[in-house]
Design a protein around this ligand. Structure first.
Ligand code: FES
Length: 97
């Protein structure tokens, strides 16, 4: 197995497990993917779906990498801010907080 740091890119893992889906995670996930595509972020920011992160009561949840920050209670209105942050991290101009 090889390991290497994430360079020049960031990943957003949106939990699309059952409980998060009941609280709007699928709409959040599709909105974020659509927005990333419209912004031309391919190769720099990737929005991925994830299964349950075992923090269902706080969902919808999103984990950003690098950094591994978990964002809880994420709403569709938060999508722009998350993508902005992920884009800055990918450009080396910010950190996941
Ligand atoms: S379903 Fe999202 S954390 Fe469990």
């Amino acid at each position: 197995m090889d390991r290497k740091p994430l360079q020049d890119r960031s990943l957003l893992f949106v939990c699309t497990g059952d409980t998060c889906r009941e609280n709007g995670a699928w709409g959040l996930y599709t909105k974020m993917r659509s927005m990333a595509k419209k912004r031309g972020l391919k190769g720099r920011v990737r929005v991925c779906s994830s299964r349950c992160m075992d923090t269902c009561e706080e969902g919808p949840n999103v984990v950003m990498a690098p950094g591994g920050t978990m964002c809880t209670g994420v709403a569709r209105k938060d999508a722009i801010a998350l993508l902005d942050e992920a884009e800055k991290v990918a450009a080396g101009k910010g950190e996941c907080v």
